[in-house]
Design a protein around this ligand. Structure first.
Ligand SMILES: Nc1ncnc2c1ncn2[C@@H]1O[C@H](COP(=O)(O)OP(=O)(O)OP(=O)(O)O)[C@@H](O)[C@H]1O
Ligand SMILES: [Mg+2]
Length: 357
């Protein structure tokens, strides 16, 4: 479901700002530091989590503002989502849906949002945690319950770490209950990840079968790091080791997404910078098509600085493939990059103001 109207209050560089994008391409141009990525970040907060920068909420409130920020979105069909923080609780994100308080994790029932940012250029060579978070976004867009399973798993794990650190006072029944909770939600997490990786593998195969889509090399995907198994049993057996390490040494929170450049039979991390970018785009495009098919509505895509880094042929291929595929927000410093896009809603940003072109 596309966003019909977005309003920002004391968010990052904006005191107040409003934008009414169309249902298709939304092009934001402006100089470096104008506030383009800040708008994409605001949109990315309409899904559970900390948004496309993964930043602390307190950093998002405008530094010369009163503290706290607000983001309000009207979806096509008139649902109203409002999220933000209060000055008194700068790290607690609140959500209102049609005026009523709701849990932040319920956002995934309203919108599927996925992004590509320049920081993700290092996804394949970076940390397993970043790849796992990327994978979990892919999963969440298909399965809205994923965020709450992840939250419950993490909460049980943190509580278990704490208990293991204080063995004298720990209640064994409580410890066992936490481990049972980790196993239950861990099973849901790994099951959903496996299903997404399998479905995406198929979607990537179909996408590449079409000759117009060969501009994005095909990736093959696999899960690494935790093969599954009886987690309750394992956690019980690992108590001593986990207490010494101060964390759970094995489990679904150690899973990693392994990506290979299929034609080259090479790990994605060894591909060139441009190839890695094209691989990642191929994954995101196939995923967007999968979400559209499964959920009956295209996801919202936030493509930060993507156009500028593609050669003209790949850029044309990207635009052709995204045409008519829902709301796609794109940023760049040059308007010429987007000249060929028919029917795009275009905005320039300068001095903290958003202007319709
Ligand atoms: N909490 C905050 N309060 C006020 N200003 C902030 C805050 N956080 C970031 N900014 C400002 O927002 C600006 C950056 O905005 P943004 O990253 O959206 O720029 P951009 O248009 O995407 O630029 P580029 O083309 O370089 O990517 C910076 O000038 C930064 O100082
Ligand atoms: Mg930017």
């Amino acid at each position: 479901m596309p966003i019909a109207r977005l309003m920002l209050m004391d968010f990052r560089s904006y005191a107040t700002a409003a934008i009414a994008p169309g249902p298709g391409y939304v092009v934001l141009t402006g100089d470096n530091g104008a506030g383009k990525t800040n708008i994409l970040e605001a949109v990315s907060l309409l899904t559970p989590g900390r948004g496309l920068r993964g930043a602390a909420l307190s950093e998002m409130a405008r530094s010369s503002g009163p503290g706290g920020f607000g983001i309000a979105a009207t979806l096509e069909g008139d649902a109203e989502l409002g999220t933000g923080t209060l000055a008194a609780a700068p790290e607690r994100r609140q959500l209102r849906v049609n005026g009523a308080t709701a849990s932040v994790n319920s956002l995934s029932e309203w919108l599927s949002i996925l992004w590509l940012t320049p920081a993700m250029d290092r996804l394949f060579s970076g940390s397993a945690g970043d790849r796992r978070r990327f994978l979990d976004r892919l999963v969440l867009a298909l399965d809205p319950t994923h965020a709450s399973h992840a939250a419950r798993y993490e909460a049980a794990m943190r509580a278990r770490n704490k208990l293991l650190a204080e063995p004298e006072t720990a209640d064994p029944a409580w410890l066992a209950a936490l481990e049972a909770g980790m196993a239950e939600h861990g099973l849901a997490l790994t099951g959903a990840r496996s299903r997404t990786v399998a479905a995406l593998g198929e979607a990537l195969g179909e996408a590449i079968a079409s000759p117009s889509q060969t501009d994005f090399p095909r990736a093959s995907l696999a899960l690494n790091g935790w093969a599954g198994g009886d987690l309750v049993h394992l956690l019980r057996a690992n108590r001593g080791r986990d207490a010494a390490a101060g964390r759970a040494t094995e489990g679904p929170h150690r899973q990693d997404l392994a990506v290979e450049h299929l034609a080259k039979r090479q790990p994605a991390a060894r591909a060139s910078t441009g190839e890695q970018k094209a691989l990642l785009l191929g994954i995101v495009l196939a995923h967007a098509e999968l979400v559209a098919e499964r959920r009956g509505a295209a996801p919202i895509l936030l493509l930060d600085e993507v156009a500028a880094h593609l050669d003209p042929a790949r850029r044309a291929a990207l635009f052709a493939r995204l045409e008519g595929r829902g709301q796609v927000w794109m940023t760049g410093t040059e308007t010429t990059l987007f000249e060929s896009l028919a029917g795009a809603a275009r905005f320039t940003i300068a001095n903290g103001m958003i202007h319709v072109v």
